[in-house]
Design a protein around this ligand. Structure first.
Ligand SMILES: [Cu+2]
Length: 341
């Protein structure tokens, strides 16, 4: 145990110049596992924490200023708030433009991930259409690797994003009728697939029913992870790309309004991710289809799975939400709803 502590102190000292990042919990977990003879790091997940460890997280609740997150209060609004739902109109065309680039993403303070992204962020922009619309997405590849866009849903196979590999400097326009009404995802389908997805080429894709769902405060949360040291396992987990962002900037909602969350999992390397709400329950509709809802406070999704949550908050104040894999929560996947009247 003494040896472990020394190692950990060394790691912390080595990383002192880096800004605060919540990895102490992870280290404690490793130390505990090793002390009990169960070496967590021998499961093919050595996380080389020295590259991004920090000082004291302590036992704080990690909300507001306490939560180390990158950026200002509205930075992720374009990812959190989807474009509005539109009722069906025959013959309507919905146009989007996506450009792939290589960028360095700051996923936690002072921690950068060299990403491949659509329109500058991981996840990419929210694409939304109504069932029956013609969806036209012009894709330009300004990155250094060949990419595509593969949409989930029903469409002709030549629009599936697996056969036309778009080279650097190339472009391709995807066009198909949006169907079925559901919550989908899109992502790159170039090989090696795991790498192209993990690098950040994915996003949320909403197809509304012809008669849109009832009015609500709508939010999009794409769960993802970032392997910042290139060892094949994630060092940070987030929703919408920044560790602890919604802990620092809680999402304001009104108690009187319906809150609808489009939740998707694009986390690479880990088999599942999850969403757990504190102090209340929600309805969950897998894939956003059918008319059965589960009433629960926790849902699990494997990679590519997604669903729609609806919440009518009964109480006021800060309601925590996080992955119920505690490790993911400690590594950034945690936030709050601030419920007000
Ligand atoms: Cu790609």
């Amino acid at each position: 145990m003494a040896k472990i502590r020394l190692t950990r102190r060394k790691l912390l000292a080595a990383a002192a110049p880096l800004a605060a990042v919540p990895l102490v919990g992870k280290l404690a977990l490793d130390a505990q596992a090793q002390a009990s003879g169960h070496d967590h790091s021998s499961h093919g997940h050595p996380r080389s924490p020295a590259s991004h460890v920090h000082g004291a997280m302590g036992h704080a609740a990690m909300v507001g200023e306490e939560a180390p997150a990158v950026g200002g209060p509205n930075d992720l609004d374009a990812l959190l708030f989807p474009p509005p739902a539109l009722p069906y109109e025959p013959g309507r065309v919905r146009e989007y433009a996506l450009t792939a680039t290589d960028v360095d993403l700051e996923v936690a303070p002072g921690v950068f991930f060299s990403g491949w992204v659509y329109n500058g962020t991981a996840p990419g922009p929210v694409i939304r259409a109504t069932e029956g619309d013609i969806l036209r997405v012009r894709f330009v590849n300004a990155g250094q690797h060949p990419h595509t866009i593969h949409f989930h849903g029903i469409h002709p196979t030549n629009m599936d994003g697996v056969f036309e590999i778009v080279p650097t400097g190339g472009e391709f326009t995807y066009e198909f009728e949006a169907r079925p009404a559901a919550f989908h995802v899109y992502h790159c389908h170039s090989m090696p697939l795991k790498k192209h997805i993990h690098k950040g080429l994915y996003g949320a894709f909403i197809i509304d029913p012809k008669e849109p769902r009832p009015p609500a405060k709508e939010l999009v949360m794409v769960m993802n992870g970032f392997d910042t040291d290139g060892d094949g396992s994630n060092n940070f987990y987030t929703v919408n790309g920044r560790s602890l962002y919604y802990a620092r900037y809680p999402i304001k909602v009104k108690r009187s309004e319906l809150v609808r969350v489009y939740l998707a999992n694009l986390t690479e390397f880990d088999l599942v991710n999850s969403f757990h709400l504190h102090a209340d329950f929600f309805r969950y509709q897998p894939t956003g289809t059918g008319d059965t809802w589960e009433y629960t406070d926790t849902v699990m999704q494997c990679q590519g799975q997604r669903g729609v949550l609806e919440i009518e908050f009964t109480g006021l104040g800060l309601h925590m939400f996080h992955a119920h894999q505690s490790e993911f929560a400690e590594l950034g996947w945690m936030g709050f709803f601030d419920v007000v009247d």
